[in-house]
Structures are given as structure tokens and as C-alpha cells.
Design a protein around this ligand. Structure first.
Ligand code: ADP
Ligand code: MG
Length: 677
């Protein structure tokens, strides 16, 4: 339905216009004018001088000033990228994709030619690519095979203030690569750290007192409104604020709303559209509602930038992605729920959980700033001034609050042996490192002695997969059970967004339509059956529609799976199928996820085997309502209480088989086997 150049979401299949160059002269003129009006433009010469003089420069500038789109182009215009590509990292895939698209347009070239991008399972680059936008996770992965990052002459670590785990680790790796390339027989590496706000001294100290360049921002006055009293339901109060603005302000100025996650945002978008329909058209501007979150399909992401028609008003409902990563022109009103969904590690349960939390004051100001980019604006805060003052000043860096297993596996694969001595900008606590090391040891990825961590051959292979180590482990167990084929499918579906479609009002119908795929073995096998049926269906799209399945996400899973098969081939892992006997598949999953198993208690409750945390089966699981003795789960979701999400029934004996050491000290009671379904 959209004419953007992203016709499909899948890697390798993004529909590039093959025709030569692209835009008409009038359009290019307009773009050049826009480029010259950005706050960064007057600073171009000064910036280039600093970049010439120094190996590492820190650039600070308001969101929207032109850092991400312009600086790489300036470097290219000077031909300073002759000896290697310019790589620009982004914490999120949406940003990498949409910015690459924009820069390709500004440079009047096709995406994938001079300007490209690379995000997990999706890439568009060629030998001609000089400006490459990547997620921080992808660059980290590249460092495994090339710790000197020798393809690149410039590395720009963008959105540094976000302090994702991958960016934090890249700081150390890029710093080391730069110093190791500082010798006559190698080409030097230039580094730029870019950020909207941050603890400048901390960064400058870390990067050997690198000079800091401040870009003069452009900020118009913003009128602030706080909630008069504490709001019980931030979603509801956010929505009513949107309608209050919509009704009271006649103009067509756009509204940016900050909420937390995909499900919440989709449901709010739906409700706003419903309510808007009932408002008389003559009286109010027409509302165009756009969700914006990291997992959004590419063509929808780009929709957000489409200009509104006369008489129309755009409402963008976004996660914290619009805080600094993406700038949308035309915003006059910001509605801030004051919440963000973040991943954090719960040391008492040993699991990473996604939780909705209060934002920090720094984030609140970033959100507010979005309203005053082009003219004076308004910011509505869904919290009181007291609540604001009680917020933390800055967000806690992710590395200090999340599970480090993946990162440590990658660091070891890059060749960093002593994790605690790694040059972290902020060191993770020894406890969280110990916990991750323990996790990696129990799945056989590493051998840990008191003073050394050694990657095992299996661990080295696990690091090849862009997956959490536990899923890589499940894949590695495939050949032994002759079911790598099926395990790859399940992992690919898990790596995609949800394949289920549950339209509000038709939930029952949807569930009934999918009943035929339900497996008594659990959700993983159910997903496998759906995937198989999808592959053998003739009219794919129609079939998905009839079965309330998401065509796009299933197609994406097909592509992810194809790439995982390639990695298996590279690693000499045979991809065999177990056909209809699916028990081996659950055994493989157990081999990877045995630390995520809960045991039924006499009182009917479940406790996790790893940490004795109480939990229940999620109502969306096919196992809901049953009482199997042992449930293997993919995630623990906390909404009030802890729910096991995406589950399979497993056998207690398998647990001893796959991890005898681990379960020697954790007693499996087996008291409830008799109750098992
Ligand atoms: P920064 O990195 O400093 O936050 P950017 O370089 O991302 O700024 O953006 C500079 C400007 O480019 C933005 O203010 C916006 O007006 C424009 N821009 C960025 N992406 C797009 C897009 N996809 N469509 C239209 N304009 C865009
Ligand atoms: Mg930027």
C-alpha cells in the first residue's frame, strides 16, 4: 500500500529501484537547501578542522541538528574515506534503516550503493558502499572476525548517551583497534563519538582527553504542563491528553506521544483511531496516527516522515526511539507518559526482564526538546512536578543492569581473555560478570578456571550465531538428535516479531482459527507446525489472513532461517530433519534453555528450578489451563506477577541428561510427576 523503496521487510529482498539515479533537480535543490539550513552546517569547517587534527573527537549537539546525517557526508565530500568505509553505529535498527535511506536520498544515490546499512538479518551494502549505517550489535559482531575493524577508516559511535551494552563494549574495542592500528604498516582509524547529551568529562577522560565539540543547537521556547495529581493509569491519561490537544488547538501541528512498547502502542493507536472516527470531521483536523517502535516493518517506519496534507494532523506514538535517534519534522506538541520499557537483569531470579519503568530527568528533557525544534511548542507531562523531581537524574547504563552472557561470549570470541580487566567505560559488577560466566559454563560455551576463561570449541561456534548463547546451544545440539532443521525454524520464529494476529474484538475467532496447529507439546512445536503449514501453503497471504497469522513476520522468519542455515553450513553443522517425530526437538531446546524450567509444586504453583521463583503459565500459551510437571519457558514476563511465556513440556530425565553437573546441586523433586498432563 506504500510506495516507499522498502517493498519488503526481508533481508536481501528490499526492493531497490534499479534504475540509475533517481531524483529530479527540483527535489535535489530542496534537499540541499534543507541541508544548508541545519544547525550543523555553519560549523562544518570548524568540525572538519578538528577531525583533521585529532584521532578522536567527541561531538555534542541537540537532536535534529544534523550530526548523524551530515557528518559522514562531510567526511565523504573531503574524500577522507578513500582508504576505507565510514561506519556509523545506531542502537536501533529503525534508526539505522531510516537514516541510511534519508542519506541515500540526500546524496541522490540508490540505497545499497554509496550509502548502505547492515542490521541483524537485514543488509543492503555493496563494494561501492562508503557510508554504512549499522546497529552497534552488528559492528560488535564484525569485530569477532576482524578485531582491528580494518575495513573502516572512520568509526562513528552515535547516540553514545544511550549507553547500550553493545555501544559500551564497542568503546573498548574501537579504542583498542585505534591504538593497534597506530603503526607505520597499518592505516590509521579515526573515531568520532556523538551524542545528544552526556557526561562529557567521563567520555573525554575515557578517550584520552579527546576534544569536545559543541554544536550550537536551535531551541525554541516550550511551554510546560504537569499533571496536577498523580495519574493511576498513564495510558489512559496520555490518550485523553492527546484528545484534549486535538480538540483545543485548531492548527494542524503534529503531536508526538511517548509510551513504552509495541503492544501498548498498537493498542493506543487503535483506540485513538476509533475515537477520532467519531469526532465530526468538519470540526477537527483529520488525525493520522503512526505507531513508531524498533520492530516496526521498514515501510511503516518511513511513513512517519510523510508530510501531512492540509487539514490533517499527525500523531506519532513512539517508544523512546524518538527521544534522540529519530527526528520527525513538524512536531509542536509532546505528550510524555514518563515511562520507558527497559530490559533489566533480576539478580535474584537470574533472568532478564522487560519492565516498564519511570524515565530519568535527562530523558524527560530530551522528550520535551522534541517540541521546540522548528518553532515554539508545548510539552504535557503525565506526571506531577514532585514525581519529576523524584526521578533519577540520568538513566543507568544498560551494562550495569542486564545479563552479560552474550557480551562476554563475544568478548572472548574477539580475543579478550580477562573480562574484568577489559577497558570498560563503566565496569559491570563482578557479581554480574560471575553470573554470566556461570551461565556460559553450564551451557558448555566456556571453561572457567580461577584466573582464566577459555572458549570451548562449542562456545566458538555459538559465538558465530547472532543469537543469545542459549539458542545457539540448542542449534548445536541438533545434529546429535537429527533435528537441526526444526530447531532452526523455532529459533527463527522466536527471533521474529509475533506471528499471531489478534484483532481486538476478534480474539476468540483468531484463537479458534489457529486451534488446528495447537500441539500438546507446547508453544514451540505449535510454532513449528504453523511455519511448516505456511511454507507448504499455496496462497501464502490469503492463508495467513484466514488463519490470523502475520504474513510479514512469517516471511521474515523464513529469511532469518535461511541465514541461520548459511551459518550452519559455514560451521559444518549438518541440517537434518526429524520429520514427524518431534520429541528430539524439545530435547534440543532443553539443552539450550534448561536454566529456564519451572517445576509444578504440590499446591499447584510453579517454581523455577534455577532460583525458586514463583511463576504461572501465560494465558496466551497453548499449555495454559494444564498442569504439566515441568515447563520450559522462553521468557518470564512480569505483569503484576511472573508469567512463563512461550513454553514447552519437558521431561525431568532430559534435564539430568543435558546438564548433569548443573542439576546435581539443584534438586528436581519429581513429586508432581503424577499430576503431569
Ligand atoms: P541528529 O543526528 O543531530 O539528531 P539528524 O542528522 O538525524 O540529526 O537529522 C537532521 C535533520 O534531518 C532532522 O532535523 C530532520 O529534519 C531531517 N531528517 C532526518 N531524517 C529524515 C527523514 N527520513 N525524512 C525527512 N527528514 C529527515
Ligand atoms: Mg542522530
Amino acid at each position: 500500500q506504500n510506495g516507499g523503496p522498502y517493498s519488503k521487510q526481508c533481508a536481501g529482498t528490499i526492493g531497490l529501484e534499479k534504475s540509475g539515479a533517481t531524483q529530479n533537480a527540483g527535489h535535489m535543490k530542496k534537499i540541499l537547501k534543507q541541508r544548508h539550513s541545519l544547525p550543523i552546517f555553519p560549523a562544518r569547517q570548524k568540525l572538519l578542522e578538528e577531525l583533521k587534527k585529532n584521532d578522536c573527537v567527541i561531538v555534542i549537539g541537540e537532536t535534529g541538528s544534523g550530526k548523524t546525517t551530515q557528518i559522514p557526508q562531510y567526511i565523504h565530500e573531503e574524500r577522507w574515506d578513500r582508504k576505507g568505509t565510514i561506519c556509523i553505529t545506531q542502537p536501533r535498527r529503525v534508526a539505522a534503516l531510516s537514516i541510511a535511506k534519508r542519506v541515500a536520498e540526500e546524496m541522490n544515490t540508490n540505497l545499497g550503493a554509496l550509502v548502505g546499512y547492515s542490521v541483524r538479518f537485514e543488509e543492503s551494502v555493496s563494494s561501492a558502499t562508503k557510508l554504512k549505517y549499522v546497529t552497534d550489535g552488528m559492528l560488535l559482531r564484525e569485530a569477532i572476525s576482524d578485531p582491528l575493524l580494518s575495513k573502516y577508516s572512520w568509526i562513528i559511535l552515535d547516540e553514545a548517551h544511550e549507553r547500550t551494552v553493545s555501544t559500551d563494549v564497542l568503546f573498548g574495542i574501537v579504542k583498542a583497534a585505534q591504538s593497534n592500528r597506530n603503526c607505520p604498516d597499518k592505516d590509521p582509524l579515526k573515531v568520532i563519538i556523538m551524542s545528544a547529551t552526556m557526561d562529557v568529562d567521563h567520555f573525554s577522560n575515557y578517550f584520552n582527553n579527546a576534544p569536545v565539540l559543541y554544536l550550537e543547537g536551535r531551541q525554541h521556547p516550550i511551554e510546560m504542563f504537569y499533571a496536577k495529581q498523580k495519574q493511576d493509569d498513564y495510558v489512559l491519561s496520555t490518550m485523553s491528553t492527546v484528545f484534549q490537544i486535538h480538540k483545543e488547538s485548531p492548527a494542524q501541528h503534529d503531536i508526538l506521544v511517548f509510551l513504552t512498547g509495541q503492544e501498548e502502542i498498537d493498542s493506543v493507536a487503535h483506540s485513538i483511531r476509533q475515537v477520532a472516527k467519531d469526532l465530526s470531521l468538519a470540526e477537527f483536523p483529520k488525525l493520522r496516527v503512526h505507531p513508531l517502535y524498533a520492530a516496526l516493518p521498514s515501510h511503516q517506519q518511513l511513513d512517519v516522515f510523510r508530510e501531512t496534507a492540509p487539514g490533517e494532523r499527525k500523531v506519532i506514538i513512539s517508544t523512546n526511539i524518538a527521544e534522540t535517534s529519530i527526528t520527525i519534522p513538524g512536531i509542536k506538541y509532546v505528550v510524555d507518559s514518563g515511562r520507558v520499557k527497559i530490559r533489566s537483569f533480576n539478580p535474584s531470579s537470574g533472568f532478564d526482564v522487560l519492565k516498564v519503568k519511570k524515565i530519568s530527568q535527562a530523558q524527560a528533557w530530551q522528550r520535551t526538546g522534541r517540541a521546540g525544534r522548528e518553532a515554539a511548542g508545548y510539552c504535557y507531562r503525565g506526571y506531577t512536578q514532585e514525581e519529576f523531581r523524584a526521578m533519577a537524574l540520568n538513566p543507568v547504563p544498560e551494562i550495569l543492569r542486564s545479563n552479560l552472557a552474550s557480551v562476554i561470549l563475544q568478548l572472548l570470541a574477539v580475543g579478550v581473555k580477562n573480562i574484568l580487566n577489559f577497558d570498560f567505560i563503566d565496569k559491570p559488577s563482578p557479581d554480574s560478570v560471575r553470573e554470566a560466566v556461570e551461565q556460559l559454563s553450564v551451557i558448555g560455551a566456556i571453561i572457567a578456571s580461577s584466573d582464566n576463561l577459555e572458549l570451548t570449541p562449542a562456545g566458538r561456534r555459538m559465538a558465530q550465531f547472532p543469537l543469545e548463547p542459549r539458542y545457539a546451544k540448542a542449534i548445536l545440539c541438533g545434529p546429535e538428535h537429527g533435528c537441526t532443521d526444526e530447531v532452526l525454524t523455532i529459533v527463527a520464529v522466536l527471533a521474529s516479531e509475533t506471528i499471531f494476529v489478534n484483532p481486538s474484538g476478534k480474539k476468540e475467532l483468531a484463537i479458534r482459527a489457529r486451534q488446528k496447529f495447537h500441539s500438546v507439546e507446547g508453544d514451540h512445536i505449535t510454532m513449528l507446525k504453523i511455519f511448516r503449514a505456511f511454507k507448504s501453503s499455496k496462497e501464502n497471504k490469503m492463508w495467513c489472513h484466514e488463519n490470523f497469522l502475520n504474513y510479514r513476520n512469517l516471511s521474515y522468519a523464513v529469511e532469518v532461517r535461511r541465514q541461520l542455515v548459511q551459518i550452519c553450513q559455514r560451521c559444518n553443522i549438518p541440517v537434518l530433519s526429524c520429520q514427524q517425530n518431534l520429541e528430539p526437538v524439545r530435547r534440543c531446546l532443553t539443552a539450550g534453555l534448561f536454566t529456564s524450567v519451572a517445576e509444578l509444586q504440590i499446591d499447584g504453583k510453579y517454581l523455577t528450578l534455577s532460583s525458586k521463583q514463583e511463576c504461572s503459565i501465560h494465558p496466551a500459551s497453548v499449555l495454559f489451563g494444564g498442569k504439566p510437571a515441568y515447563v520450559l519457558f522462553t521468557d518470564l514476563v512480569h505483569t503484576g506477577k511472573a508469567y512463563m511465556h512461550i513454553n514447552s513440556i519437558v521431561d525431568a530425565d532430559w534435564l539430568y541428561e543435558v546438564a548433569p553437573e548443573y542439576f546435581r546441586t539443584r534438586h528436581i523433586k519429581k513429586v508432581c510427576s503424577a499430576v503431569g498432563s
